[in-house]
Design a protein around this ligand. Structure first.
Ligand code: NAP
Length: 545
């Protein structure tokens, strides 16, 4: 690809993706900075993850009052969430409302993917090529492609022979799927499977769940929002948003009551019972030491296993559904509704494939161990090539034509999770090495976009032409990520955060576990010190060079 090729248009910035990250980036850059921006979105509408994930039961497991933009007081006052945990349709309505309210749609080119982006060193610009053949030159390129947007379909022998329907939770047909009277298989019991299974069980003639690793599922305690509570939150929204921004998880979490190892059994149980009844993930924060001490962790894990045993009528089934091989919290915790009791239904079968894996798909069904399970529909709830998958889906070539995909093959590094050495003027929203989806992702997104917005003001005010992460700063950040992740059980189990769910993917912990507040502070310090760790090249100097 020659960077001297004909371009159709030259703009200040190209943003890839019109999910929550892309929409906010567009708003900030176009409306607050006055930049000329193009946004390309492969879907036919806004919403990103929430545009694609339309599987039965899809909803967010961050509470709606916090899983929302904070940048506009009018927006947060006027929008009415209806439930504690918002459904996918309601979140998509919200995304559409934001797009309309801020006039975003006209600047977004839908049904269009960015195929490649090449850095032109002569002009310090990116030449962006879409699958429609359009070529746009941009000073800055921003990826807003989502962390969990590249679906993972396992390569199972015979899959193409299956005569029934194959679905993935992350690419659910927009017209819906009628599962009534159907024999349905769900493969995978992560957050998506846990939400879909109870709903599919209600619709299907029979549901067979193929479980490799049982998850810990906490009850959502979902309910309609209480208008008084909503009014109270709205009256204090500014203060709440401020504490959320500086919190660890990007949301409001109840404080721990003490160490699981020091509290007496009666106190522990009383508090666990209370938090279980309230629902949601606050029970994870009951004790100070759950995520750092295995013995303390077992107090909570045992409690959840006890709950599973009481919810599931068959002791044998309960045993198969009980996680035993990893600490609670070492895989992303799942929040569900009616998850365990669904297995009491006559029309639901659990196939534990840990010791007898799926070996093939036939024309009629799925073979696991020495048994064939005949089904009409297979639902893959098998997750995503997370964090780097969607970025690597674009052929991005930086300084000297170096491919980002190849650069990241063994070690996907980005300084602050925002920018990769050798790829100037390119910024990732929720990239590898940022807190991204480990915390409330909308809080992550707003922080990233605001930081990029401020950087671009600095760039403009100082006539800077090129912004590039320094390799040493990037290495230091990666070392910091690796060190911080050692303190987390998440880094010690096979999961998408470590790249372990994708055959051949680099085994690197992909996220920043230090929390939203500390991450924000570091980014602010970098900015306040004149963007340490970045090489900022003034326009004149780079033109001479
Ligand atoms: P996931 O957490 O990666 O879970 C994938 C599931 O598929 C796991 O149970 C995995 O088993 C299983 N699996 C993968 N490959 C398999 C194979 N070849 N054979 C059998 N089983 C296989 O994916 P996800 O459930 O889509 O969730 C991904 C992330 O998206 C979540 O962690 C969360 O961050 C986000 N999400 C959020 C929400 C929400 O807000 N409510 C909802 C959905 C998703 P193993 O565990 O043994 O690998």
């Amino acid at each position: 690809m020659t960077t001297a090729q004909e371009v159709d248009q030259t703009v200040d910035a190209v943003v890839i993706g019109a999910g929550f990250a892309g929409m906010y980036a567009l708003h900030r850059l176009r409306d607050d900075l006055g930049l000329d921006v193009r946004v390309f979105e492969r879907g036919s509408g806004v919403g990103g993850t929430w545009f694609w994930n339309r599987y039965p039961g899809a909803r967010c497991d961050v509470e709606s009052m916090y899983y929302s933009y904070s940048f506009s007081e009018d927006l947060e006052q006027e929008w009415q969430w209806t439930e504690r945990y918002p459904t996918q349709p309601e979140i998509l309505d919200y995304a559409n409302h934001v797009a309309d309210r801020f006039g975003l749609r006209d600047t977004i080119t839908f049904d269009t993917s960015v195929d490649r982006a090449d850095f032109d060193e002569g002009s310090n610009t990116w030449v962006v090529t879409t699958d429609a053949g359009e070529v746009v030159r941009a000073k800055f390129l921003i990826t807003a492609v989502g962390c969990l947007s590249t679906s993972q379909l396992p390569a199972i022998d015979g899959l193409s022979d299956f005569t029934g329907r194959i679905l993935h939770t992350g690419q659910w047909p927009h017209e819906g799927v009628d599962l009534e009277g159907k024999r349905v298989a769900v493969i995978g019991t992560g957050s998506s499977g846990v939400q879909a299974i109870p709903e599919i069980a209600r619709q299907a003639q029979h549901l067979t769940v193929f479980q490799r690793t049982p998850p810990f599922v906490l009850p959502a305690g979902n309910r309609p929002l209480d208008p008084e509570n909503v009014a109270d939150i709205k009256s204090r929204y500014r203060d709440i948003r401020e504490s959320v921004k500086n919190s660890v998880a990007g949301t409001i979490v109840e404080y721990p009551i003490g160490s699981a190892l020091e509290l007496d059994e009666e106190t522990r149980r009383r508090e666990l019972d209370r938090r279980w009844a309230v629902g949601g993930s606050d029970i994870m924060a009951t004790f100070t030491d759950t995520s750092v001490n295995l013995e303390a962790n077992a107090v909570l894990a045992d409690y959840v296993r006890e709950r599973i045993a009481s919810d599931v009528k068959s002791p044998d089934l309960a045993a198969h559904l009980s996680p035993q091989t990893y600490p609670i919290g070492a895989k992303r915790i799942c929040i569900g509704t009616d998850y365990y009791t669904t297995y009491n239904r006559e029309n639901v079968t659990l196939v534990d494939i840990r010791n007898s894996p799926i070996t093939a798909v036939t024309a009629q069904g799925i073979v696991a161990g020495d048994e064939e399970h005949e089904v009409d529909v297979i639902v893959f709830a098998t997750g995503y090539d997370a964090v780097t998958g969607a970025i690597n889906g674009i052929d991005i070539n930086g300084v000297g034509g170096r491919s980002l995909r190849e650069t990241w093959e063994t070690n996907p590094q980005a300084y602050l999770g925002l920018s990769s050495a050798g790829f100037p003027n390119l910024f990732f929203i929720t990239g590898p090495g940022s807190p991204s989806v480990l915390v409330n992702v909308i809080v992550s997104i707003e922080q990233h976009v605001d930081w990029i917005h401020d950087l671009l003001i600095h760039v403009r005010d100082n006539n800077i032409d090129r912004v590039e992460a320094q390799p040493a700063a990037q290495d230091d950040w990666s070392a910091h990520i690796a060190e911080r992740s050692q303190s987390s059980f998440l880094s010690k189990t096979a999961n998408w955060q470590t790249g372990a769910n994708i055959p051949g993917k680099a085994q690197v912990f992909l996220l920043y576990v230090g929390g939203m507040g500390p991450y924000r502070k570091t980014c602010d310090e970098v900015a306040a010190a004149g963007y340490t760790g970045f090489t900022l090249t003034p326009a004149r100097q780079s033109a001479i060079a």
